[in-house]
Structure formats: structure tokens, C-alpha cells
Design a protein around this ligand. Structure first.
Ligand SMILES: NC(=O)c1ccc[n+]([C@@H]2O[C@H](COP(=O)([O-])OP(=O)(O)OC[C@H]3O[C@@H](n4cnc5c(N)ncnc54)[C@H](OP(=O)(O)O)[C@@H]3O)[C@@H](O)[C@H]2O)c1
Length: 278
């Protein structure tokens, strides 16, 4: 199915024909309970149609609760969760997915990811994800923190190509080689910690660009990621920031601005580094 330019901004067409909202709310470090229910509900009430959680975040129940309270039809919201490292392996992954669905109170996840490329286990975990997709418990399956080598291993071992690879990606960690590889192989790249967890928002290049456009540095970063065709899941528990982070579809960065942000890359990571994982 072909999409118009504006739709392409807002949605990614995954390799199995499912449209995934390009921007979602990340909920890492949000505690299970009322505060997270409120934050997710606020996001859903302000246009977000995708939530990114994981078993290890221990807030899946709150995500499901917010979805129910929103009153939105299940099919209108795209929910991602992930199998944690301790649950990798074929049987354990099947059980972990069932447990996640039970905590969320959902019949299916829209996207189920391998959280980390655990050595010696990830191949069996991937076979379990293929089975979960076949049985309808997950509409799409993918991986997270996979380098080109890890992705190539999946492509060599199975017919099923991951729909998504979720990795750390920001102007300070512009993983161009990985982005090109994913594009060539039909894998949608998705950016986590896009705002560098707030650590680099005062960067002078971003701040000057934001000032000139009457935007915030966070919005400039999110726009840069979207224009690179990458999906993105900024986290905020604060209502105003949740709204601010979603207001990124009404302006376009010029080629010059994109190039200046590209040049900020310095291999800067805020999270774990998978590059040495065999
Ligand atoms: N697959 C993986 O291994 C992996 C690893 C890390 C993260 N993730 C996913 O990616 C999501 C996002 O990554 P992240 O949480 O690490 O970092 P992030 O989205 O880059 O940054 C979140 C931090 O920035 C602050 N913030 C949010 N919006 C802001 C704004 N407009 N202005 C200033 N500060 C702002 C938040 O504070 P407040 O909440 O107080 O607003 C929070 O401290 C996670 O929630 C999770 O879903 C996945």
C-alpha cells in the first residue's frame, strides 16, 4: 500500500504491511500505578497512538489500564512490548509474551521485540517470536539493540525479517551505517533515548535552531529523526512535555539544517552499548 507524503511523516509502513505511528510515548522509568496511567492517558488524549513499554519496565498493567480508560478502540492504538533477557529462549519467550499480554489485559501486542541480543539465546527467542506472530498474539515482531552483525545473523538463519530494530539514536549518535543497512533490508529503524535523556538539549547548535524557529531543542531533534524516516519514542511523564514532543508535524527542517544536525554525531550513548556483544 502506498502512502501520501503527510501520512509517511506520521506512519511507517512495516515490512508486513502494517502501518505503525511514527511517534510514540516511551514509558521507561515510569512507575506502575496512577502517575503512569495519567501520563499515558494524557498522551492518548493528545494524539499519541503508540505506546512503547517492556516487561522489564514493570508498568505494562498501567499501559493497559490507560488504554481502557481512554475509550479508544483497541485497533486505533499501537502497543509495543519486549521480552526481557531472563526470559529468552523458545519456551520462556512464549510464556513471557503470554504474561505481558495478561498484565496489559490485551489479546495481542502490535509489536513484540527482543529487548537485547542475548548471546546463545537470541536465535531461539526469534523463532518463538515467529511463532507468536503466526498465532496472532503479536501483529509484528522485531528486535532491539541489534547491530548490523546481529541483524545479518537473523537474515541468514530465518526467512522472517524483523519489522523493527529499536536502538539508541539521536543527533549525537547518528547511526547512519545501521540506518542505511536497515533501509536496504526492509527493517524500520526506531530511535530510543532520542532526547539523550535531557542531557544534550542545551547544545548550542540545537538551541540556536530552536530559537530561530520558535521551537524547543527537543522538537528540533524529534523533527530531525522523523525526517530521516526513523520512528521515535520520546519519554515524558509531564503533560506539557508530552504535548510539546508531539507538536512536530507542522514544520520541516531544511536540507542545510538537517546537515548541521547530522554533523553533531560523536558516538555519544546514554544507554547500554551492544556493539561488543558476540
Ligand atoms: N530498547 C531499549 O533498550 C531502550 C532503552 C532505553 C529506552 N527505550 C525506550 O525509549 C524511550 C525513550 O528513551 P529514554 O526514556 O531513555 O530517553 P528520552 O526520551 O531521550 O528522554 C527522556 C528524559 O527527557 C525528559 N524530557 C522529555 N521530554 C522533554 C522535553 N520536551 N524537554 C526537556 N526534557 C524532556 C524526560 O523527563 P520528564 O519525564 O520529567 O519529562 C526524561 O528525563 C523509553 O521510555 C523506552 O520506552 C528503549
Amino acid at each position: 500500500m502506498k502512502m501520501k507524503a503527510e501520512e509517511r511523516d506520521r506512519f511507517c509502513m512495516l515490512n508486513n504491511g502494517i502501518a505503525m505511528p511514527r511517534l510514540g510515548l516511551g514509558v521507561w522509568q515510569m512507575p506502575e500505578g496512577g502517575q503512569t496511567v495519567q501520563a499515558v492517558l494524557h498522551a492518548l488524549q493528545h494524539g499519541y497512538r503508540r505506546i512503547d513499554t517492556a516487561a522489564v519496565y514493570m508498568n505494562e498493567h498501567s499501559v493497559g489500564e490507560a488504554l481502557r480508560r481512554s475509550g479508544l478502540p483497541r485497533q486505533d492504538v499501537f502497543i509495543t512490548t519486549k521480552v526481557w533477557n531472563d526470559d529468552q529462549g523458545y519456551d520462556a519467550t512464549l510464556q513471557a509474551c503470554a504474561a505481558s499480554l495478561k498484565r496489559m489485559g490485551l489479546e495481542y501486542a502490535d509489536l513484540y521485540l527482543i529487548h537485547w541480543p542475548v548471546t546463545g539465546k537470541r536465535s531461539a527467542t526469534w523463532r518463538a517470536l515467529c511463532e507468536l506472530k503466526k498465532s496472532g498474539q503479536c501483529r509484528a515482531i522485531g528486535v532491539s539493540n541489534y547491530t548490523i552483525r546481529h541483524l545479518q545473523e537473523v537474515l541468514d538463519e530465518t526467512e522472517e525479517i524483523p519489522s523493527v530494530n529499536q536502538v539508541e539514536f539521536s543527533p549525537f549518535l547518528y547511526q547512519k551505517e545501521l540506518l542505511d543497512y536497515c533501509r536496504q533490508n526492509g527493517v524500520q529503524l526506531e530511535a530510543y533515548s532520542p532526547l539523550t535523556r535531557g542531557k544534550r538539549l542545551a547544545d548550542p547548535v540545537l538551541a540556536a535552531m530552536a530559537r530561530a524557529r520558535g521551537r524547543t531543542s527537543a522538537q528540533i531533534i524529534l523533527r530531525w529523526i522523523i525526517q530521516h524516516g526513523v520512528a521515535v519514542i520520546p519519554k515524558s511523564i509531564q503533560p506539557q512535555r508530552i504535548e510539546e514532543n508531539a507538536a512536530v508535524f507542522d514544520f520541516t527542517l531544511s536540507d542545510g539544517e538537517m546537515a548541521r544536525i547530522d554533523a553533531l554525531d560523536e558516538g555519544y550513548r546514554t544507554a547500554w552499548d551492544p556493539t561488543q556483544i558476540p
